[in-house]
Design a protein around this ligand. Structure first.
Ligand code: ADP
Length: 568
């Protein structure tokens, strides 16, 4: 019956824990696991990084274009008017070339007057200048007026001619702006142009811009750059993306389309290797492409690390959850066991109270009826009544003491006491009972025990509890040994029996409140499970402790140790 109730409680506990904790927690962990798995499978981290890369590149391309246009437009503003004299025009063109060292040459074409081309002499030989002049001339003679018409329709009257050309030192990339002058009469064909120095582009223009882009995109505008993507991705917004530095490069895309391993210019930190994302440039740098990657890592590595971290966190959470569950289960189990002990205690105590009361009443009533005639019989009845009432008050004292201890209100009255006499007197008042129950009592009190400061009543109660236990838990061999002796600075009070003994596993638990061993004899014996917990409390309050040595079937020995340091 009892165990059924207990297993019911345990079942309810397991059910509650499963439904309220395990199930939701497992679901949460499983869903998170699936989420991380799907991110891993669909390469979502990489995709987000690449999307952000694309964004950075688009911005970079825009900046490059506007800078290229800016330089060309600035030069165009300074161009001479078509109506200026030739000398004037030359002078102005020369000024442009001198002021803007990034152009190899500038030219002005007038259908009526031919071409004027002003080279930077340190960059272009006269021969090359003549050749270029002739080339432009031939082209514009054919298509000049068509070009002018086209340009005038554009929002910016500038077109670009870009590409790689073979020079003595290998392939070089350059770009040339050709523009019209809308203010000139429509029927006239006048075109101007500036051509960028390939070396300037390669060594200054692109590197500077790349540097600017790679440093800016991470630090100055983090909300709009690639970092944004990471935050959207995080399931609980938990993992911070490490501040990865970007590296960018420009390469000729038309030449080596898929293998951009011949960068024209690169930002610091590019190292080597391929870009993760590329972006083809339009005018003015058509034919080139931008490439981007992280410095020293890849989107894949970041993704792998993220996935790994997520799994690690999930794993740690699972372990914590399991640990928490085990703890909860154990602590609730303890509570359930304690509740059971308490209810056992109540029934034990009521039983224990009832029996002596019934006996007292029975014998008192019998005496009252006056049917007992012999004095001897009467004396026997009186003594039973006295013993039962003693048992009753011992039990009630135990319970009162226990409740005082539980409430933290137990007070001890330490006084100098002749403990040898205390032990002897206490035993004396039980001697009759002990002997009547057929016990051989061996009392051994060493002479010369010093007086100690103790609470008389408490120590006597501890001894009575131990003696009572010895009497209760002996069946075949009825022996009770009480020894009081001095062991260096400790006073020892031993109570031993040759009774049923206590199983090794239970020896530490018998001092717990309400605890009673599983032995059938114990169950058939009245008891509250409070005695030993009181004994321990009392000895500890005296600065000592209580120990048990016991062999099942052979007997037990309880030893109280009281330090003599309390001696005065
Ligand atoms: P109670 O005797 O009222 O059950 P105690 O706290 O005095 O409570 O003892 C706790 C348990 O320890 C007992 O129920 C019994 O199982 C065991 N025990 C105590 N003393 C002895 C002993 N001398 N021999 C065997 N078992 C004992």
């Amino acid at each position: 019956m009892k165990s059924k109730r207990q297993s019911n409680a345990r079942f309810r506990l397991v059910l509650t824990l499963t439904l309220a904790v395990v199930f939701p927690a497992l679901t949460l962990i499983f869903v998170n696991y699936q989420h991380v798995k799907s991110i891993q499978r669909d390469k979502k981290v990489e995709a987000l990084i690449h999307r952000d890369f694309q964004y950075v590149l688009a911005i970079g391309a825009k900046k490059m274009a506007s800078k290229g246009y800016g330089l060309a437009e600035e030069a165009r503003e300074a161009f001479p008017s078509a109506d200026d004299s030739d000398d004037e025009k030359r002078k102005k063109l020369d000024e442009i070339v001198q002021k803007n060292p990034w152009f190899t040459h500038v030219f002005l074409y007038d259908a009526k007057k031919g071409i004027l081309l002003e080279p930077r002499h340190d960059l272009m030989s006269d021969k090359e200048a003549d050749e270029s002049g002739r080339m432009y001339s031939a082209w514009f003679n054919l298509e000049g007026s068509y070009l002018c018409g086209q340009l005038s329709r554009k929002p910016k009257p500038i077109m670009w001619m870009a590409g790689e050309s073979q020079k003595e030192n290998g392939l070089v990339y350059t770009t040339t702006a050709i523009f019209s002058f809308p203010e000139v009469m429509r029927d006239r064909t006048v075109l101007g142009g500036v051509s960028f120095d390939p070396n300037y582009l390669k060594q200054k223009f692109f590197p500077q811009l790349l540097e600017e882009l790679t440093s800016q995109s991470v630090t100055t505008d983090p909300d709009q750059t690639y970092e944004q993507g990471f935050h959207e991705l995080m399931p609980q917004g938990g993992i911070e993306h490490p501040d990865q530095k970007l590296a960018m490069m420009v390469y000729p895309a038309d030449v080596l389309k898929a293998e951009p391993d011949r960068p024209l210019a690169k930002s610091a930190g590019w190292g080597s290797g391929k870009p993760e994302v590329t972006y083809k440039l339009d005018d003015p740098f058509r034919g080139l492409a931008l490439g981007i990657k992280f410095q020293g890592t890849t989107a894949e590595a970041i993704s792998r690390r993220w996935v790994w971290q997520s799994f690690l966190i999930l794993g740690a959470l699972s372990v914590l959850m399991i640990g928490g569950l085990v703890l909860t289960y154990r602590s609730v189990n303890k509570q359930v066991a304690l509740a059971r002990l308490k209810s056992d205690f109540v029934s034990n105590v009521s039983h224990e109270l009832r029996t002596p009361l019934a006996l007292i009443r029975l014998y008192a009533e019998t005496l009252e009826l006056g049917r007992i005639t012999t004095q001897e019989k009467k004396n026997e009845y009186y003594s039973i009544i006295r013993k039962e009432s003693e048992r009753l008050s011992a039990l009630i004292n135990n319970i009162l003491d226990f409740s005082r201890i539980e409430a933290g209100a137990k007070e001890y009255d330490f006084r100098d006491t002749d403990i040898a006499e205390l032990v002897h007197n206490t035993l004396d008042s039980y001697r009759y009972q002990i002997e009547q129950q057929g016990f051989a009592l061996e009392e051994q009190i060493d002479p010369g025990i010093p007086s100690v400061k103790v609470d008389r009543e408490a120590i006597a109660r501890a001894l009575v509890n131990l003696v009572n236990n010895a009497l209760k838990y002996s069946d075949n061999e009825k022996f009770l040994g009480v020894r009081l002796y001095r062991d260096r600075s400790v006073l020892k009070l031993e109570v031993s029996d040759r009774g049923i003994g206590i199983d090794r596993n239970e020896q530490s638990r018998i001092f717990e409140k309400f605890y009673r061993t599983c032995d059938p004899l114990v169950h058939n014996t009245k008891g509250s499970g409070l005695g030993l917990s009181l004994v321990r409390h009392i000895t500890r309050a005296h600065g000592g402790d209580v120990e048990v040595e016991s062999t099942p079937g052979r007997g037990s020995k309880f030893t109280l140790s009281l330090p003599l340091a309390n001696e005065t």
